[in-house]
Design a protein around this ligand. Structure first.
Ligand SMILES: Cc1cc2nc3c(=O)[nH]c(=O)nc-3n(C[C@H](O)[C@H](O)[C@H](O)COP(=O)(O)OP(=O)(O)OC[C@H]3O[C@@H](n4cnc5c(N)ncnc54)[C@H](O)[C@@H]3O)c2cc1C
Length: 250
């Protein structure tokens, strides 16, 4: 085995995967619980799906549970059963290990056919004839040290903002179209009951071609924050996948 063979194998495999996924049915930005769930359900229905994640690790806010206590809670366990995460019940809550949940969800999304590019940051959106058609991406480490490096584009018929509570893609739109959302993009004071239901109910298209899922929905509609309870994130990811599958008629 020569060193150069290892390098060549990596570069060729990555380049061919990237080149194949420059055009997609769906691009999801953010590999937290909402984005991964959306990816799992979309790719599982043969929808060509790419997930862009700026960090090295996928899972978003799952890993830390609450204040670094790596335990996560849910109000029901249907999706957890489906992806093979074990739970214990305490009153009305189901409790799971954050590490098991993050790895199982990531594994399922990947195995369903979603392609994930980590260390890749969406820095802008592609807007044509007032329809969102993709995202402008760059190497996240180049962005972190503010190198003057030009990005490239990843295109899709539909784009999902699953960036969590910065709602980064919606913010990009709002900056250039200040009248678009009258409110500031931010979540409201904590109230789990309202928020868990509200985030699922409001999950959907926020601009032609652009959907919001997960905590991004809270920011767009000023819904209350909900803390480390993750059922709403999974259901939001599942709902956005259903909405897009209906549009694609798959
Ligand atoms: C630091 C932190 C703050 C939290 N704050 C709240 C809170 O205020 N309210 C609340 O209810 N819960 C909060 N949580 C709890 C819980 O983590 C979230 O509710 C849950 O993780 C949200 O799931 P999500 O899938 O919507 O987004 P997240 O789990 O946040 O995942 C979003 C993912 O998108 C990625 N991302 C963001 N922007 C880009 C970009 N431009 N390009 C590529 N990738 C991108 C992020 O790296 C992340 O992996 C927080 C968790 C953490 C770790």
């Amino acid at each position: 085995m020569k060193e150069i063979e290892i390098s060549r194998a990596i570069i060729e495999a990555y380049s061919s995967r990237l080149s194949e996924h420059l055009e997609n049915d769906v691009v999801i930005v953010g590999a937290g619980p909402a984005g991964l769930a959306a990816g799992y359900y979309l790719a599982g229905s043969a929808v060509k799906t790419t997930i862009i994640e700026k960090k090295l690790s996928i899972g978003g806010g799952i890993w830390g549970g609450a204040a670094g206590y790596n335990v996560v809670t849910f109000e029901d366990k249907d999706i957890l059963d489906e992806i093979g995460v074990s739970v214990t019940q305490k009153g009305a809550l189901y409790i799971a290990d954050a590490i098991e949940f993050a790895t199982a969800l990531g594994y399922k999304a990947k195995k369903s056919g979603a392609v994930i590019f980590n260390l890749t940051e969406a820095e802008d959106i592609v807007l044509k004839e007032d329809v969102v058609k993709g995202v402008v991406v760059n190497n996240a480490s180049a962005r972190a040290i503010r190198l003057h490096v030009d990005p490239f584009c990843v295109c899709a018929r539909f784009v999902i903002d699953a960036t969590g509570h910065p709602a980064e893609l919606v913010s990009m739109l709002k900056r250039r179209k200040p009248g678009l959302f009258r409110n500031e993009l931010q979540e409201y004071f904590m109230d789990v009951e309202t928020s868990e239901a509200g985030v699922v109910e409001k999950t959907g298209e926020v601009y032609p071609g652009l959907y919001a899922a997960g905590m991004a929905v809270c920011d767009v509609y000023n819904l209350p924050r909900m803390g480390p309870i993750f059922g709403g994130m999974l259901k939001s990811g599942k709902k956005v996948a259903e909405l897009i599958k209906n549009k694609l008629a798959v």
